[in-house]
Design a binder for this molecule. Structure first.
Ligand code: CO
Length: 438
């Protein structure tokens, strides 16, 4: 069922190349380039012709790609996901000898992670560094690519309450062990080696701990798979596959993978930035559209905010709404929230579910229990900058924000089919509240 060429194995390959948001973007650029896309720079004028396929990165941790049709640009159809996952980030002065003869690293939490999942497993370090080179500062990706450190649990003999809801202190319990005392200075040396620069030329870095454990397919019938960063690389990967496969049909297909969703999207490269709006505006301008035409195109557009959903946990089914609950391998999940944490409304649900019904992709609906706050995602935040009909979707997964998450093997293909159908359909508004799907 899951041969090496299966969609799940291909997803594992993507995840293995994407230990951080920077690497996810780099891997994506490689794939876009191989598919014939041209790289644009936000700092330069854009020349875009009908039929152009282009992409642009911001901060090298977010990317927006688009395909312009040969003729008749009427609107945009966008799928947006996020590149980041909850991880530990190294502080600037990270090497800590205060617990001699050990060397630990000083780290802080990025995003809302399940802390216990990070203990007692080999971890590595990846991210980016700025290095001096020929009178310039240049970005270098960093990946130690080896088992380099570990956060050890306290033995139960010294922590009898560890199984009784123990509260971890991020500054005490979570600092990883990196070396013995004789290795003083090893971190700076290893960072320099990893980015191919002299130690004195490494000026700064954004480095994270990551779980190197490869993906695994499991279950009696290979129903499930587990791997790091399923949230949200599963949606990023499947939407990219769909984007690359879909034909252009009279609208501009857009694929966006934005950063910093796990900390509220409020950065220059997140959904709460100008990035997506800038790209749409510049595409319109480069194609000679006037401001009013560009605004008409954006308001005729449709966005899919793709971020994973919670599958019912087998040990805690009581935590989920009794009617609006999702299961792994049950197909694409449409997410609903009356308070607009999710953008889905009757209009966007109707349009998107019609496309899925036509494509024969199973659909599930998710709402939180009314006494559970639930999470949020990037769709409603992006909507405050580029306002258009938007549906929030995802695939059902377990253990969200663990460093090793679990999802359904059939769902990878479900999402690729769903979003290929979305990009291939032409969603045409006829006034406010009436739509044709061609
Ligand atoms: Co997410």
């Amino acid at each position: 069922m899951n041969t090496p060429s299966s969609p799940v194995q291909s997803f594992f390959d993507f995840v293995a190349h994407a230990p951080t948001a920077f690497h996810a973007v780099e891997e994506t650029c490689t794939r876009l380039q191989a598919a014939g896309f041209t790289r644009l720079d936000e700092r330069a004028p854009w020349r875009i012709a009908p039929g152009s396929r282009c992409y642009v990165t911001r901060n090298r941790s977010a990317v927006v790609a688009f395909c312009v049709p040969e003729q008749g640009l009427s609107h945009f159809q966008i799928a947006a996901s996020h590149s980041d996952s909850p991880m530990f980030k190294l502080k600037p002065n990270a090497e800590d000898s205060s617990s001699a003869p050990y060397i630990r690293l000083d780290v802080e939490r990025y995003g809302g992670m399940i802390l216990s999942s990070w203990f007692d497993r080999p971890l590595s370090i990846a991210g980016r560094a700025l290095v001096r080179r020929k009178g310039r500062l240049v970005t270098r990706l960093v990946d130690f690519g080896r088992d380099a450190l570990l956060i050890p649990n306290m033995p139960i003999h010294f922590n009898r309450s560890v199984n009784d809801g123990y509260s971890y202190n991020a500054q005490v319990d979570l600092l990883p062990l990196y070396a013995g005392a004789e290795a003083k200075g090893a971190l700076a040396r290893e960072i320099a080696r990893a980015c191919g620069a002299g130690e004195a030329d490494v000026v700064s870095s954004d480095l994270f701990l990551y779980n190197r454990m490869p993906g695994s397919v499991w279950g009696a019938g290979n129903e499930f798979f587990s791997c790091p960063r399923i949230d949200d690389l599963e949606c990023a990967y499947t939407s990219l596959q769909a984007f690359l496969a879909a034909p252009a049909r009279g609208h501009v297909n857009v694929w966006a993978m934005l950063d910093n969703e796990e900390v509220g999207s409020g950065s220059k490269q997140g959904a709460d930035s100008t990035l997506l709006g800038d790209v749409l505006a510049r595409v319109c301008a480069a194609l000679g559209m006037e401001d009013a035409q560009a605004r008409a195109a954006v308001s005729s557009s449709f966005m899919v905010s793709a971020d994973n959903a919670h599958a019912v946990h087998p040990n805690h089914p009581e935590k989920y709404d009794s009617l609006n609950r999702a299961f792994m391998n049950g197909g694409v999940v449409i997410k609903h929230n009356a308070n607009q944490k999710y953008t889905t409304d009757a209009v966007s649900q109707a349009i998107f579910s019609e496309i899925l019904a036509h494509a024969g992709v199973p659909v599930q609906h998710f709402s939180n229990r009314s006494d559970v706050a639930g999470g949020s995602t990037l769709g409603n935040i992006a909507n405050t900058h580029v306002s258009m009909n938007t549906v929030d979707i995802g695939l059902a997964q377990l253990a969200m924000h663990s460093c090793y998450e679990t999802a359904g093997t059939q769902d990878v293909a479900h999402m690729i089919r769903a979003l290929t159908a979305f990009y291939g359909a032409n969603i045409l508004p006829h006034g406010d509240g009436e739509y044709a799907i061609e």
